[in-house]
Write a protein that binds this ligand. Structure first.
Ligand code: RUB
Length: 320
């Protein structure tokens, strides 16, 4: 039940943002494992795998979700004792949730070092990791000012400006299309990530690549704040990150769309910013140039090649 409810909330974006999605999925797996009233290890494993698949299938782009599920499920296949299997899931989930929170704290202090006193920062969408850097710089006493975008169609910018306002940070709220008009007033762009590929490209909220392109043209640095579990191991095997396309009704009410039979609404939720438009990716393991993404995948996620293949198969099943 908890798995179905959580999956629904992730799908309808009641729970959103790559980090929060990952932690909530881990929590749901833990609660599910604790509540599975069976002494049969085979059945336990099958139920857990079905729950994992339900969660992973909710939103296809944020790699934090399959990575978190992979971490929580690791080793379950080899486990023969039901109690150890249950306990293992619960412990891995709790460790993941804790380390995810710690990661945001580390990113905040590393990211804040890249923000100077007097900087004007632009952010797009609502990223916990990106905002943590901005809030930490403010907490350290740096006089900063922020430009925050609206983020059509789901208006995550409202959540961002509430958080910035609550922190007492001077903030300008602008529509997405005003970024280029203001980019020359900006010293630094900071955004989050839903996925980072092996070649250092960053997948984030639709519009991020336009923001980064404008920043690149204006010689404004672009910093991405991303926990290591947002790096996408499967991209080593050439798998592309699937960009979620959400319902047309988020952009245009059905009543209007019905009157426009020749019009198709396109609503991709994310886009891809190439590595050359990104100056630095701040992870909990340190700030790296995007070209070093491979090192994070190898050293910090530490997935073996067999695991890549397995994850690849799971994903192919979802695509069918
Ligand atoms: C959210 C989004 C955020 C990243 C990172 O998209 O693109 O920038 O998920 O967020 P959506 P965080 O609203 O569609 O989920 O740093 O909080 O993990």
């Amino acid at each position: 039940m908890i798995v179905t409810e959580t999956a629904e909330k992730i799908k309808n974006m009641e729970i959103r943002g790559a980090g929060r999605i990952a932690r909530t999925a881990a929590e749901a797996l833990s609660t599910h494992a604790a509540g599975l009233a069976t002494g049969d290890i085979g059945l336990f494993r099958r139920e857990m795998e079905a729950a994992a698949e339900t969660l992973v299938a909710t939103r296809p782009t944020a790699v934090s979700l399959p990575n978190a599920v992979h971490i929580v499920m690791a080793g379950l296949e080899q486990e023969t004792d039901i109690n150890r299997a249950r306990e293992g899931v619960i412990q891995r989930a709790s460790r993941f949730i804790e380390s995810s929170r710690e990661a945001v704290g580390k990113i905040a202090s590393i990211g804040a070092r890249h923000i100077r006193d007097g900087d004007v920062i632009l952010t797009h969408c609502n990223s916990e990791a990106a905002l943590s850097c901005i809030i930490e710089a403010h907490r350290e006493g740096k006089a900063i000012e922020v430009f925050a975008t609206e983020v059509r169609p789901r208006n995550q910018g409202i959540v961002t400006i509430r958080t910035l306002n609550d922190a007492g940070i001077k903030t300008n709220f602008i529509v997405d299309s005003a970024v280029r008009s203001f980019i020359n007033d900006v010293d630094l762009v900071i955004v989050g990530a839903d996925a980072v590929t092996v070649n250092g490209a960053v997948v984030n909220k639709i519009g991020t690549s336009q923001v980064a392109h404008s920043a690149h043209e204006a010689r404004v640095n672009v910093l991405v704040a991303a926990e290591t579990y947002k790096f996408a191991p499967r991209t080593i095997l050439g798998e592309l990150i699937r960009i979620e396309e959400r319902p047309a009704s988020e952009v245009l009410p059905d009543s209007v769309a019905r009157t426009l039979p020749h019009v198709t609404v396109r609503n991709p939720a994310f886009d891809i910013t190439p590595a050359e438009y990104i100056d630095l990716i701040v992870t909990e393991a340190g700030a790296i140039p995007p070209q070093m993404a491979y090192v994070i995948i190898r050293e910090y996620l530490g997935w073996g090649i067999e695991e890549f293949h397995k994850a690849f198969e799971i994903n192919t099943r979802h695509e069918e």
